[in-house]
Design a protein around this ligand. Sequence first.
Ligand SMILES: [Zn+2]
Length: 283
Amino acid sequence: MIITPDGFEIAIDLALDDDAIAHVFVRDSLVQFGDSPGALPWRFYREQGLVPQRVHALGRHDGRSHLAVALAEPPAAAGERMRIDLPQGLTAAGLRNWFGVIDDVSLAIAMRAVQVLEWDRTHRFCGACGTPTHQDPNERAKRCPSCGLTVYPRISPAMMVLVTRGRELLLGRGLNFPPGRYSALAGFMEAGETIEDTVHREVHEEVNVRIKNLRYFGSQSWPFPNSLMIAFHAEYDGGDMQANPTELADAQWFTPEDLPSLPPSMSISRALIEARLAELRAS
Ligand SMILES: [Zn+2]
């Protein structure tokens, strides 16, 4: 599971100097040196002729400054894929493509960087009156000089739950999952809900099941584009399990001996499933 590295401290007053670690993006594609993937000082990118278009300080880790750097985006018509031209040796790809390729510390900080840059890109104008916003120098906020509206980076809480019935695990297939992949159930919060409300409502909507004995497991930032996954264990409490076809391609009860393809190890869904399997082995 990818989490904030120990000792990481948020800071927003850092300069992009040659020694600062740069997390360089074109929109949501992370730029890496093919030969040495992982976070590198800005010097290496600058020497390739890259020009920062937008820069946001992220924080300090291990005595180094970390900054998010957005390069100019190539023009692309609506619905068309961006063609990203970079100097030879550099590659840009979505963060999921770098899972297991770059180290976990670089990846965790890049997962912060992409969210800050995306917030910056999509809040250049006030959502209320359309005036260009100003970056607040003292906190991660944008303010409208005309009407005073303040916007902070948007974080969208979502619940994840592994429902069990004795030794069985209830896993579902999302509509866009890779072939054969199943995972714990997940869904976004509605305004006004507690996270527990969300868990009960989503499980009922997705698989027509009632649950009990919610146990908090943990949370993980998931920047696709700005989720906070809040994960629970729960026990089956009744209902005829049936996948709602508008939400899921399929849902089934699985035994530990007969599991389908599971999510990758950097996800909290996999950690949640592995934790339950460990409990079953121990009991
Ligand atoms: Zn305004």
